[in-house]
Design a protein around this ligand. Structure first.
Ligand code: CDP
Length: 806
């Protein structure tokens, strides 16, 4: 070996594979304004659509008059439900097994519901046309409070369901009831409560909120009448599913539909579902023969395309007097708005909410969820969450703090006492999941040691004493949260969307010069897939990540996949990538054996190529194998080096984490200061630590927003009162706390590279940490539970109701 021969470390580093803080390759174009988003797309003759929307939350539509709108220069057409009926598209199926109006058909059911679609030569003309459409409404009584949805005299919201006593998920108890979903053992749980030394019961509400991607939902539809082909460019988190859904509802052959998701400016679940804008733009293009663009504005985004949460969770825990939990009982009232358009795998009407036993070894549990209709926007998306896991984690993490308070125990100690122990994995939870791996005690203790939790508690005790002596008006809260997520939907045995199993895919093609292209069924919206997917391939086949181009989002070229949401990309597509790479490597091994004139079994893998065992100088690099694949493969072997993998995961992955929020609140103003926020995440094998840190920072910022103010709120008349960024809390760098991140590594035993998802974790664990901090701060004044969001005014109001404002 001469001095120029790279060392093993240098060869490994050159790959920029697993564990490398590789810089994001996509940022080269993003930071130079060279991204390619939907609104950058300008096609010849392109038209623009804009919606007439309902000012009422519940009203009968008596008439729609488009005469004046059609006189506006540039306006070409006004599409209504009557137009859509001619192509059988006035209603569309939802992912949850319900149907949804595309345009108001006889009545409107929420404020800002789509009533008519105005098509014009430019966006301004379309907007002018919208203002000239005259709609006559007859207002009807409104239901905003889900607890009133099933009152005996509640108005009938969904007249189209009249007489239907069952829906997609079983029997309906009331005309505004959607489903009841039950999991667990009721008898055993009731018995545990009868025997318990201590019980708690609390209504824990998770308010309605909304993802706020920088780029709103949008699309361009272009129908080619000659070829009978429809091309849709859109902000789709799951482009293949959109293609199949469009084929099924528009009755177009699937091979004649091309769906392209270009760069996407954030998704957070908002871009999973199908919205009226997509259908109307497609119909308008079919009718006019021209491309039609639809771009929603911010108010439309916040008020109409999807919502998140709105879960009202009556939670009970049974425990022994020394703090061992013995039973969990939860009833959820789930407000789904006007149509059940929740984006969950088909068989899961409340998503994976049955992860609500969390990180604790509950011997028995029972869960019931009732879904109801109200006069609010439909949606029910997993806002940076894996299908209602955020709601479940909030529920159990608040409840554990409430139990600790009742027992007079430290919340961290109560958690340590009840954690599932390392030797219990794979762990079968009382509500039916098999947790793959975990080491909760190590993570919790690391959090407590790193933050000096004991010292913080001592400081809090001193401050409380000072408050009682009247020496300070500031109270201090420690928000502990320990979450277990369930991500990677999912195994075909329990997950599908409209009957399509939730596998994911990867196709890799290696070129002769040792470079390649890899395509997946996922679609990055900012997560950095172009960077990290190449890193998995680099480590698997020894080709530098820089030599692998990653492409997603074109249904004509990418293998079929179920898309990116709910942290499923790494657990599912990440596994498909490793498996496809291993197929490449297996063929490469045969080629190398042939070229080195040995048996395959005589070869061993060595970072970036194969070496003959015992003869270190006989080595063939993967780069050279790529070349050989195109000119000298073994006799009988097909030339070329490519592979495809469709990966059906055997199980979900269960990332976890220990978070701590230290907060000070001024009781006279309600103003809070997040003094410290520590987040320890365990997502198994870490592909790119820098990207993970970015994911955690982003998720924590959203958690901060949600817990401390971000809410879609309605007044009694059904008007959205937080429909713009003037009212909907959107933290900037000024408000956002400093984040400390940390990690442990507990690989997933069933994932090819041991990786679990991470994107959603900080939101899942962050919200309870903030809320527990506020609640912990007020707890010594006699409060048990203060509902989110914890904005200044609500903090002040809490202080007032606790009688500490003089
Ligand atoms: O499905 P989504 O991409 O939103 O979530 P994810 O699978 O949690 O991945 C988010 C980003 O973090 C991707 O770029 C992943 O490659 C990266 N990641 C990682 O580097 N290591 C992990 N163990 C998990 C995710």
């Amino acid at each position: 070996m001469n001095d120029m021969t790279p060392t093993r470390e240098q060869r490994t580093a050159a790959l920029e594979g697993l564990g490398c803080k590789r810089k994001r390759v996509e940022d080269v174009r993003f930071t130079q304004g060279k991204g390619n988003y939907i609104d950058d797309l300008k096609l010849p003759g392109m038209l623009h659509g804009d919606f007439v929307r309902s000012p009422h939350a519940h009203a009968r539509v008596k008439s729609i008059n488009s005469d004046e709108a059609l006189k506006v220069p540039g306006v070409l057409a006004v599409i209504t439900a009557e137009t859509l009926k001619t192509v059988n598209l006035a209603w569309m199926p939802t992912l949850a097994g319900d149907v949804q109006m595309v345009l108001a058909d006889g009545k409107v059911l929420f404020q800002n519901q789509e009533v008519a679609f105005v098509v014009a030569t430019d966006r301004y003309a379309a907007d002018d046309g919208v203002s000239k459409v005259v709609v006559e409404y007859e207002p009807l009584p409104v239901i905003i409070d889900p607890f009133k949805s099933m009152a005996p005299d509640a108005p009938v919201l969904r007249e189209d369901l009249s007489g239907k006593t069952s829906g997609a998920h079983g029997p309906r108890k009331h005309h505004n009831h959607i489903f009841e979903w039950t999991v667990g053992d009721k008898e055993l749980t009731d018995a545990a409560f009868k025997k318990a030394d201590v019980t708690i019961k609390e209504l824990i509400s998770y308010h309605r909120t909304h993802p706020s991607p920088l780029e709103t939902c949008q699309c361009v539809c272009s129908f080619d009448k000659i070829k009978g082909e429809l091309t849709i460019w859109g902000t789709f988190q799951a482009p293949h599913v959109i293609r199949t859904v469009v084929s099924l509802i528009a009755k177009l052959p699937e091979q004649k539909i091309h769906v392209i998701s270009p760069d996407i400016g954030g998704g957070f679940g908002n871009k999973v579902g199908a919205y009226p804008g997509y259908i109307c733009a497609a119909v308008a293009s079919i009718v006019t023969g021209k491309p039609v663009k639809w771009v929603e504005d911010r108010i439309e985004n916040l008020t109409a395309t999807s919502f998140a949460r709105d879960y009202h969770m009556t939670t009970e825990i049974a425990a022994t007097k020394d703090g061992k939990v013995t039973g969990l009982r939860v009833h959820v009232l789930a407000d789904h708005g006007a149509f059940d358009a929740c984006a969950d795998p088909s068989k899961w009407p409340a998503g994976f909410f049955n992860i609500v036993t969390g990180s604790y070894d509950f011997p028995v549990a029972h869960l019931t969820v009732d879904g109801v209709y109200s006069n609010k926007a439909p949606g029910g998306v997993a806002y940076r969450c894996s299908f209602r896991v955020t709601e479940a984690a909030y529920c159990i993490e608040r409840a554990m703090d409430i139990l600790a308070q009742k027992l007079g125990m430290d919340p961290a100690e109560l958690r340590l006492k009840n954690f599932v122990r390392r030797e219990q994995f794979p762990y079968h939870s009382a509500l039916g999941w098999e947790y793959d791996s975990g080491d909760y005690h190590t993570a919790m203790r690391k959090m407590m040691e790193t933050t000096d939790y004991a010292a913080l508690r001592r400081e809090q005790a001193d401050k409380r004493a000072a408050f009682k002596r009247g020496e300070t008006r500031e109270i201090m809260g420690l928000g502990v949260s320990f979450f277990t997520e369930i991500v990677g939907a999912g195994p075909s045995k329990n997950c599908d969307i409209l009957g399509i199993a939730m596998f994911d895919s990867c196709e890799i093609r290696m070129h002769p010069t040792g470079a390649g292209i890899a395509r997946m069924g996922t679609k990055s919206q900012g997560q950095g897939h172009e960077t990290t997917w190449a890193q998995i391939i680099a480590s698997e086949i020894g080709i530098p990540a820089d030599n692998i181009m990653v492409e997603e989002g074109n249904t004509d070229t990418a293998p079929y996949g179920l898309g990116t949401y709910g942290s499923r990309s790494t657990p599912v597509a990440g596994a498909a990538i490793a498996m496809a790479a291993r197929k490449i490597k297996a063929k490469a091994q045969m080629i190398a054996a042939y070229k080195l004139e040995v048996h395959e079994d005589d070869l061993e893998w060595d970072i970036d190529g194969f070496r003959v065992k015992g003869l270190p100088e006989k080595f063939m690099s993967m780069k050279d194998i790529c070349w050989a694949a195109y000119n000298s493969v073994p006799p009988g072997m097909e030339p070329g080096l490519e592979a495809v993998s469709y990966y059906d995961p055997p199980n979900m992955t269960y990332p976890f984490g220990a978070y701590l929020c230290v907060m000070d609140i001024d009781v006279d103003t309600g103003v809070y200061k997040v003094r410290r926020f520590y987040a320890l995440d365990d997502c198994g094998t870490r592909i790119n630590p820098m990207i993970i840190e970015g994911q955690v920072h982003g998720g924590l910022t959203e958690a901060f927003a949600i817990a401390m103010g971000q809410e879609i709120r309605y007044d009694e008349g059904g008007n959205v009162v937080t429909g713009s960024f003037m009212d909907f809390f959107m933290p900037t760098a000024v408000e956002t706390p400093h984040w400390e991140t940390d990690f442990t590594v507990t690989p997933s035993p069933h994932h090819p590279i041991g990786a679990k998802g991470v994107g959603e974790s900080p939101n899942v664990g962050g919200v309870p940490a903030f809320s527990n901090a506020v609640n912990d701060a007020f707890s010594f004044l006699g409060s048990t539970h203060i509902q989110m969001p914890h904005d200044y005014w609500r903090n002040w109001r809490a202080a007032k109701s606790l009688g500490v404002l003089g």
